[in-house]
Design a protein around this ligand. Structure first.
Ligand SMILES: Nc1nc2c(ncn2[C@@H]2O[C@H](COP(=O)(O)OP(=O)(O)OP(=O)(O)O)[C@@H](O)[C@H]2O)c(=O)[nH]1
Length: 404
């Protein structure tokens, strides 16, 4: 039952009744996580033994659904290799959320730092130190290129030299701060300047912190880590819809704007899909609002995993989603969205009183030179309208290829 629920949230699940069968399967395939239910085994000792054997085979997160473990047996299980406990009773929605969080923490995305420094030597030094500590870093010498790289590289933090030949770091920081989408982006100044007065005035100009160049590698790494982590958490809370974890309307539109800029620069195609769950009002009316929420979450999860990058998906409205498909032609985008549609219709949703399936309609449009974000969204919306008009559960195009 729980496994069926996880499948409906987009996870690929296999259930094993006997430990031996699980061990054989794990020798052949690499799961993202192993979920163990302590109801299946008679004694805590048997569970501990099983966990030890599993952790000798592989290094996946091991989650124990536990009803009656004491603190002492939980500690023993932690030592044996369990990574997380989830208390029973637990429904599929809660479990899917915990798994998502666990898998995200398990594969942390490295912080991305943009280093702006006219000096090749010190810029490379900072880049190298950051990379050696597991971060991603990009050094640029020309501060006037900063907006290009903010768009292209999407850093979590900018490390900015204060004294550059034509412009100072605090001047560049003030210009960056004029743009609302970079208002909260942390800028840490780097300088040979050690006088406190200068450091404070640079911070007043929009710098998050101030580091002395080539001084203390540990200080550099820990400052960047702390500031970038705080920014990521804040950005996550501000930009995401709380039900689905997807970008909310405004932030999705900002992302689309920057993807259009990149598509224009690189002269590559870009498609946009607008997706709307069919007859969603009936889902709420027949099965309740909470079940409706679970359906929204299952589609969100499917799209997040299907898209080239999770942040290319936005929750555009209540039961309406948008997906950016970079480097994708109109026909290819329509094919992809149709595959997602088929996968969504195959999901069996669970309501307290019944099982049911759902479907979505989608509109797909492709970016053409001269189009604004609004034009592109309107085109995709027209495609969606056509799909709904034509009977729903299908993908529509605003106009046929070649049609003007
Ligand atoms: N459960 C739940 N329902 C929502 C949420 N946001 C919007 N809705 C509901 O979604 C429904 C959207 O209904 P309509 O726009 O009339 O469309 P529809 O019933 O999906 O029908 P078509 O789009 O024409 O196929 C409304 O009943 C809203 O109350 C949400 O976050 N959770």
């Amino acid at each position: 039952m729980l496994a069926d629920g996880l499948v409906s949230f987009g996870f690929d699940c296999r259930v094993f009744q006997r430990p031996a069968a699980l061990l054989v399967a794990l020798a052949e395939s690499q799961p993202l996580a192993v979920l163990l239910d302590d109801a299946g085994l008679e004694s805590g000792l048997a569970m501990q033994e099983l966990v030890q054997r599993l952790s000798r085979i592989g290094n996946w997160p091991m989650v124990l659904l536990s009803g009656s473990q004491t603190i002492v047996s939980q500690i023993q299980l932690l030592r044996a290799g369990v990574s997380d406990f989830i208390a029973k009773p637990c429904d599929a929605s809660k479990l899917a959320d915990r798994l998502d969080a666990l898998l995200e923490n398990n594969e942390p995305v490295p912080y991305r730092v943009l280093v702006v420094d006219d000096s090749v030597a010190s810029g490379h030094w900072a880049q190298k130190m950051l990379e050696q500590s597991g971060m991603q870093a990009k050094h640029i010498q020309d501060p006037l290129e900063i907006f290009l790289w903010l768009q292209r590289y999407k850093p979590d933090l900018v490390l900015m030299d204060i004294y550059m030949p034509s412009y100072t770091g605090d001047e560049i920081a003030r210009i960056v701060r004029q743009h609302p989408q970079y208002d909260g982006l942390p800028i840490v100044f780097l300088s040979t300047e050690t006088r406190l007065g200068h450091q404070l005035s640079a911070r007043r100009m929009g710098g998050e912190d101030f580091l002395v160049k080539n001084n203390d590698v540990e200080h550099l790494i820990s400052t960047v880590t702390i500031v970038a982590d705080r920014y990521r958490r804040l950005r996550r809370a501000l930009t995401r819809d709380s039900l689905t974890g997807l970008l909310s309307h405004t932030h999705f539109t900002n992302r689309l704007q920057s993807e259009l800029f990149l598509a224009t620069q690189s002269n590559r195609p870009l498609a946009l899909a607008m997706i709307d769950i069919d007859h969603f009002k009936h889902v709420n009316d027949n099965h309740g609002h909470l079940t409706g929420d679970a359906v929204i979450k299952s589609l969100a999860r499917l799209l997040r995993h299907a898209a080239a990058e999770p942040d290319l998906v936005g929750r555009y409205g209540g039961e309406e989603f948008c997906v950016i498909l970079p480097d994708t032609s109109l026909i290819r985008a329509a094919q992809k969205v149709d595959e997602w549609r088929e996968r969504f219709t195959a999901i069996s949703h669970i309501a307290p009183d019944a099982r049911f399936t759902s479907s979505f309609s989608a509109g797909v449009a492709v970016f053409e030179p001269g189009m604004t974000v609004r034009d592109l969204i309107e085109q995709a919306d027209q495609g969606l309208y056509r799909a709904k008009e034509a009977g729903r559960n299908q993908v529509g195009l605003a106009k046929m290829p070649g049609q003007r």
